[in-house]
Design a protein around this ligand. Structure first.
Ligand code: FES
Ligand SMILES: [Fe+2]
Length: 346
């Protein structure tokens, strides 16, 4: 079960061109392409006649022609031509999906189109700021349920074991976590004071000596994460700190799109408050982050199998508090949505 009334990332902008292609979101097959105005069009990828995927057909002008008998659909999914010279059957239509392009990503609304509002797409305040640099990489295909990645992104502790050559520092093992609930999701966070910066950050921070470090791990419903890392010279951080002018901030945005129950397409990029135009730094950060995310992937693919095939019960730990609250609330939202849908279809 997934939350349907939500925006999910369907693709990077440059993945969708003026050619038909199939993307999968929440187990649904969707035909996507760009029309002659460069707008992204999304519709159910199944011809209502014999269910040939429309993505196996052709673009005709701004319409989609089925590759089997030529039923032709406009961008709203309405059939505009049928073979055999007869009239167009009223059931000859496919479901269109609301889509919106923002932040170099294509967002798709998977639920009731009547309530899709692009204002609900996550706000990324520094995305277009000339003072912030960006690094990104290709989407990653994970062989696990999307909630395992949501768990991971509410779990600052795992870096001590999974990312030893990049994000780990001795304090990441045992500094207590704080959990905050917001209207949009859950934040698990902690300040770690006066220690040597972890290897990945040591290469980029613009001050010498020890640091105070914030790990802010936030996941918003249904599956969008902001992981904020703050590194500031020791003595200037903490909840009541006054951040130094050389404080390094990295906002890592992560969007997990369930493609099926046990497969996830993972989109990510980072914004940083230093050297915005330094392409070499961006490339280095993208590579290091990708390497670290491959470490997550290796663990999560195995956790998926382990949890699926377990022969003895699993346990939860205190460090799981944020993840469990997130899952409980999302489950409640999904149940509520299903109830409203059931009422509407009566
Ligand atoms: S299957 Fe599409 S027109 Fe026959
Ligand atoms: Fe990780």
């Amino acid at each position: 079960m997934f939350l349907k009334n939500a925006w999910y990332v369907a693709a990077w902008s440059d993945e969708i061109v003026n050619e038909l292609q199939q993307v999968k979101v929440l187990g649904e097959k969707i035909c996507m392409f760009r029309n002659s105005d460069d707008e992204v069009i999304a519709m159910e990828d199944a011809c209502p006649h014999r269910k040939l995927p429309l993505s196996k057909g052709r673009i005709k002008g701004d319409n989609v022609e089925c590759g089997y008998h030529g039923l032709t659909f406009d961008c709203a999914g309405q059939c505009v031509w049928a073979p055999g010279g007869g009239r167009i059957p009223s059931a000859a239509r496919v479901r269109p999906y609301p889509v919106h392009e923002k932040y170099g990503l294509i967002w798709i609304w998977m639920g009731n189109a009547a309530i899709a509002d692009v204002e609900d797409i996550i706000d990324i305040p520094n995305f277009d700021s000339p003072d912030w640099g960006i690094n990104r990489g290709a989407a990653m295909e994970l062989n696990c349920n999307y909630l395992l990645m949501c768990d991971n992104l509410l779990d600052p502790t795992h870096v001590a074991w999974v990312h030893q050559s990049s994000f780990a520092a001795p304090a990441t093992k045992d500094t207590p976590l704080r959990v905050t609930k917001t209207d949009a999701g859950i934040i698990v966070h902690r300040w770690m004071m006066d220690h040597e910066p972890a290897p990945f950050y040591k290469k980029v921070v613009e001050f010498e000596g020890n640091c105070d470090r914030l790990q802010h791990y936030e996941v918003r419903y249904p599956s969008h994460a902001l992981i904020r890392a703050v590194f500031t010279p020791a003595g200037t951080g903490g909840v009541d700190g006054t951040l130094h002018k050389n404080t390094f901030v990295m906002d890592s945005y992560n969007f997990m799109t369930p493609t099926t129950e046990n497969e996830t397409r993972y989109y990510w990029f980072q914004l940083r408050n230093i050297r915005p135009d330094d392409a070499e730094l961006s490339a280095m950060m993208s590579k290091d982050v990708r390497d670290a995310f491959e470490e997550d992937r290796a663990v999560l693919d195995q956790v998926q199998i382990g949890m699926q095939e377990k022969t003895s019960p699993h346990i939860d730990l205190g460090i799981d508090a944020g993840q469990l609250r997130f899952r409980r609330q999302l489950e409640a939202m999904i149940a509520e949505e299903a109830m409203v849908d059931a009422k509407m279809s009566q």
